[in-house]
Design a protein around this ligand. Sequence first.
Ligand code: CA
Length: 227
Amino acid sequence: MTKERILIVEDEIKLARFIELELQHEGYDVASAFDGREGLRMALQPDIALVILDIMLPVLNGMEVCRRIRQASDIPIIMLTARDEIMDKVMGLDRGADDYITKPFNIEELLARIRSILKRRGSRPADRRHLIAGDLAIDLERYQVFYRQEPVELTKREFDLLKYLVENQNIVLTRDILLREVWGYDYIGDTNVVDVYIRYLRSKIDQRFDINIIRTVRGVGYILENG
Ligand code: CA
């Protein structure tokens, strides 16, 4: 069985290191982030099974990180709150945290909460409802696309095209393949429609966020490059 990977988002280095060692001792794989923005980025990686999220964090606070994670993922989140911050607990749960634990905490208590949440979740190592390519996340159940947590509005066809590009990221796809896989075998028309929809996607993603992830491979087709 592969080890479950837990992300710790905590700016107190000593505490983060302590939790990390305890988790490793319990047989988990551990990743650490020391500010909210980095924590958010890492929480959306497909190999993370659970997030331990502190509230008081530099750059982006834990509440905001929690809210943004929930826009794109249903990964379990345990929030760390300071003693007696009842409002924080309420707000954390309100923003979609699965559980919270009050500092200072007994490490056994935290480990028990983690075991219980992962067991409840069927211990799946990754959130399979999402496709990720760099900073781009596709929520397959809700038909939503996010770039760095910013929602991107797409039509059904644009969504299907982007989904296929992301599923086959870093592979050059010809117009014929895209037409067949996205529009279907019985589509009557020429491959120009692929170019038209690639242009739509570029205006909504590449141009809007000033990036270049959908590249033209001259004379062949297109490739979506991951970061
Ligand atoms: Ca903190």
